[in-house]
Design a binder for this molecule. Structure first.
Ligand code: PMP
Ligand code: GLN
Length: 395
């Protein structure tokens, strides 16, 4: 008998997002699990993408991305994060930005660019699910550090203790999926000191950069020129323009890192969807205030959901950014979080995401002892949020 095909990722199965969305559809549950908006991209953007397609702009774009889009991204970054920097410190779109097929591709390519066999990469649990497989396929190893409820702050002393001669990079994600926590200026200064002291690199996943609440500001690595010198900063237009299915993201990095990143990117996808790049460039040029309006748009949605759940038996954890809210269900059920989400989807009619799939095996025992937490996505119409909350309040 032939031996089974040896898997490169033996411990992985389908992602929790796929699993829960399929279950939600099967059971016609209200889907607050996988993170995607229920509403359309702005009308202007839809018009522009249709126009680009109808005008025949349907062939490959340059591998790095359309120059117009690269330039508009740099302008957006200057407006948002780099007003106080000198011209030399400011991002140069043509040399520092590469358009990718979603942030997922950018993360993948940044990780392949950096990580060599046996390199260690520090990630924080709960961690977004695409980091570790990419590190493993590059031959590297993830060192996991837990973030603890309710604030999910980084313990930098533990980070420093974890660094050794094999440590190559630290992956940060702020605003943070799934917890909704955000990094402060002091987090970024500590990170910068460690990176300089130990000669490390940073991958900064900033896909929710425009979604921070209560007047808190997003501490992008792009604000810190010295830190940026050793960083890949990744974002996604899927989040900023409600078009997750278009899969357009980008990576900003210094010249030398960008040159290496582009070598790999050209053999992963070569280039990304041209009509979307044209439309997004026009959107950034003509409606620059769309992105800066996202914080208040999503804060209202968070507040609708939080208010509608206030009489429920869930304990609501703070959400400072992203479009996710964590709920502690310890007072409602003794099931573990995966079983609880399955029950909630099949029997109750609301789909959510359990937190345990975002933890490494080593962290799981402690996680299950201390946590009964699920994630809801509030990028939904208010009616959907209110209907879901009404059901959840009956538990
Ligand atoms: N990073 C985080 C933290 C995310 O939440 C997501 C998607 N939800 C991604 C990366 C991937 O983004 P994209 O859909 O643009 O590939
Ligand atoms: N990032 C989205 C989430 O957190 C899901 C993306 C995906 O399905 N890969 O729910």
């Amino acid at each position: 008998m032939s031996s089974p095909f040896p898997s490169k990722l033996p411990n992985l199965s389908i992602s929790i997002f796929t699993e829960m969305s399929v279950m939600a559809n099967q059971h016609q549950a209200i889907n607050l699990s996988q993170g995607f908006p229920e509403f359309d991209p702005p009308a202007f953007l839809k018009d522009k993408i249709n126009q680009a397609i109808n005008e025949g702009k349907n062939q490959y774009s340059p591998s790095n991305g359309l120059p117009d889009l690269l330039t508009q991204i740099a302008k957006m970054v200057h407006r948002q994060y780099q007003r106080c920097l000198t011209d030399e410190q400011k991002l140069d779109g043509l040399n520092n930005v590469t358009i990718t097929s979603g942030a997922t591709e950018a993360l993948w390519v940044a990780i392949q660019t950096l990580v060599r066999p046996n390199d260690e990469v520090i990630i924080f649990d709960p961690a977004y699910d695409s980091y570790e497989p990419a590190v493993k396929l590059a031959g590297g190893v993830c060192r996991h550090i837990a973030l603890n409820a309710p604030n999910y702050a980084i313990n930098w002393e533990l980070v420093e203790k974890t660094i050794n001669e094999n440590t190559r990079a630290i992956i940060i994600n702020s605003p943070h999926n799934p917890t909704g926590s955000i990094l402060s200026r002091s987090d970024l200064s500590t990170l910068q000191a460690l990176v300089e002291k130990y000669n490390l690199y940073v991958i900064s996943d900033e896909v929710y950069e425009y979604i921070t609440f209560d007047g808190l500001c997003h501490e992008s690595v792009l604000r810190y020129p010295e830190l940026f010198k050793r960083s890949f900063v990744i974002s996604s237009f899927g989040k900023s323009f409600h078009c997750t299915g278009w899969k357009i993201g980008y990576c900003a990095a210094p010249n030398e890192l960008t040159a290496e990143f582009r070598k790999i990117h050209q053999y992963v996808t070569f280039s990304s969807f041209t009509p979307a790049q044209i439309a997004i460039a026009q959107m950034l040029k003509e409606q620059p205030s769309h992105v800066t309006g996202l914080a208040s748009f999503y804060q209202k949605k968070r507040d609708v959901l939080v208010d509608a759940l206030k009489d429920s038996r869930f304990t609501i954890l703070p959400s400072k950014g992203t479009y996710f809210l964590l709920l502690d269900y310890s007072d409602i059920s003794k099931l573990n979080d995966r079983e609880f989400c399955q029950w909630l989807t099949k029997e109750i009619g609301v789909a959510a995401i359990p937190l345990s799939p975002f933890y490494s095996k080593d962290e799981l025992v402690t996680y299950h002892q201390n946590n009964k937490v699920i994630r809801l996505c509030f990028a939904k119409n208010d009616d959907t949020l209110l209907n879901a909350a009404e059901i959840l309040c009956r538990l």
